[in-house]
Design a protein around this ligand. Structure first.
Ligand code: PMV
Length: 333
C-alpha cells in the first residue's frame, strides 16, 4: 500500500519555485447524484465505485494562503480555530504533506459561501480550494487531474470540486490511484436547480469515513452496491446527454435511498434521518403525485437537496418556502 507522501512526491516531482507571497483560490461545493460510498483504499481515499456530481456554481470555499515562521493558523469563516480542534488538526496533517522544511508553517484563511452553519459544511470545496491555493503559492503549475488527485488525499469527494458542472470521479484500478480523479462531463443544463433544505443545523452524529467503513464491514446489502452504482452512473449519463429530467431525478433519488439503505442495514445501524427528513421526503412524493416534478438526494446527514428545473421553482417553493435555491450553471467560466 502506498502512502499519501509517496503520491505527493510522485506528482510534485521537484516542481515549483520559491514560494510566492500568497495563494488564493475558490472551489465549488459538489453534490453527488451517484454517490461515493465505500473505499477500496483508506489511506488514499480510493473509491470502490465511480461517482457523479454536480458542482454548486458560486457556492463553495475560498482559501487564502500564506507562509508563517512559527506555527499554523487556520481561520474558518473569520474565526481562528483552536490548534487542537479536529478541523485544524485535519488541515495541519494535510499541510504536512507539502511543507518543504520543519520550520515552514501556513496561515490558512478559509471562507465558505455555502451555509456551513446550516449543516451544508463541505470539506470537498475546502480541500479543492486549498490544493489550488497551494499550487499558486508554490508555483507547481499542476493540471486539474493532478490537483484532483491531491484534493482526494484530503477528502474523497474533494476530487470532484476542481470543476464546475457535471463531474465524474473515475474509480480507477491502479493501487497508486493515479487513474482515480474527477473529470468534467461535456454537458450543460442551465435550467437545472438544486434546493438546499435545512432539516437541522446540528452537527452530524457520525462522519462519512467511519460510516463507510462500518457499512463495508457489517452490511450484507453492501455487496449489491457496486452493481447499483454502475447501473445508476450509466442512467445518469444517458439522462444528462438526452436532458431527460425525470430519469435524472429518479436515478439520483433512488441512488441516495439505496446508499442510506446500506447504512441502515449496518450494525450498529447508521441512521442520519430525522423525523423531519422523512416528512420532507413524503412532501416531495406528494408533490410529485400532484404533477410537480421534484426529486431529492441526501448525503451523510439529515438535510435534503432537492432537484428540479427552473420552470417549476414557484411550485416547489410553494411546498418548501425556505428553500435555498442554487443555479449550478450560473458560474460557468
Ligand atoms: O468525501 P467524504 O469523505 O466527505 O464522503 C462523501 C460521501 C457522500 O457525501 C455521502 C457521498 C458523495 O459522493 O459525496
Amino acid at each position: 500500500m502506498m502512502t499519501k507522501a509517496e503520491i505527493v512526491a510522485q506528482i510534485l516531482n521537484g516542481r515549483g519555485r520559491a514560494p510566492a507571497a500568497g495563494g488564493y483560490a475558490f472551489a465549488p461545493s459538489n453534490i453527488a447524484l451517484c454517490k461515493y460510498w465505500g473505499k477500496r483504499d483508506e489511506e488514499l481515499n480510493l473509491p470502490v465505485t465511480a461517482s457523479l456530481s454536480i458542482s454548486l456554481g458560486r457556492l463553495g470555499s475560498t482559501t487564502k494562503l500564506s507562509l508563517r515562521p512559527d506555527s499554523d493558523v487556520v481561520r474558518l469563516d473569520k474565526k481562528e480555530l483552536a490548534p487542537d480542534s479536529p478541523f485544524a488538526r485535519r488541515i495541519g496533517a494535510f499541510l504536512d504533506l507539502f511543507r518543504r522544511d520543519a520550520g515552514m508553517y501556513f496561515e490558512v484563511e478559509a471562507v465558505n459561501t455555502i451555509p456551513t452553519a446550516a449543516g451544508f459544511a463541505s470539506s470537498a470545496s475546502g480541500f479543492a480550494a486549498l490544493v489550488t491555493a497551494l499550487d499558486e503559492l508554490f508555483g507547481w503549475e499542476l493540471d486539474k487531474r493532478e490537483l484532483s488527485i491531491l484534493a482526494r488525499l484530503g477528502s474523497g469527494s474533494a476530487c470532484r470540486s476542481l470543476h464546475h458542472g457535471f463531474v465524474e470521479w473515475r474509480a480507477g484500478t491502479r493501487p497508486d490511484g493515479m487513474d482515480s480523479y474527477g473529470e468534467r462531463l461535456d454537458a450543460a443544463w442551465p435550467e437545472l436547480r438544486l434546493g438546499l433544505l435545512v432539516i437541522t443545523a446540528a452537527e452530524k452524529s457520525m462522519g462519512s469515513r467511519p460510516a463507510m467503513k462500518r457499512t463495508i464491514e457489517t452490511c450484507a446489502l453492501y455487496k449489491s452496491w457496486p452493481e447499483k452504482a454502475a447501473a445508476d452512473l450509466a442512467l445518469l449519463k444517458k439522462a444528462i446527454a438526452e436532458k431527460d429530467f425525470h430519469l435524472l431525478g429518479a436515478t439520483a433519488e433512488s441512488n441516495a435511498l439505496a446508499m442510506h439503505a446500506t447504512m441502515i442495514a449496518s450494525w450498529p445501524p447508521v441512521v442520519y434521518w430525522r423525523p423531519e427528513s422523512l416528512a420532507a421526503m413524503q412532501a416531495i412524493w406528494a408533490a410529485r403525485a400532484n404533477a410537480v416534478p421534484v426529486y431529492f438526494t441526501m448525503d451523510a446527514g439529515p438535510n435534503l437537496k432537492l432537484i428540479f428545473q427552473a420552470g417549476d421553482e414557484a411550485a416547489v417553493r410553494g411546498v418548501f418556502p425556505d428553500l435555498k435555491v442554487v443555479r449550478p450553471f450560473d458560474a460557468e467560466p
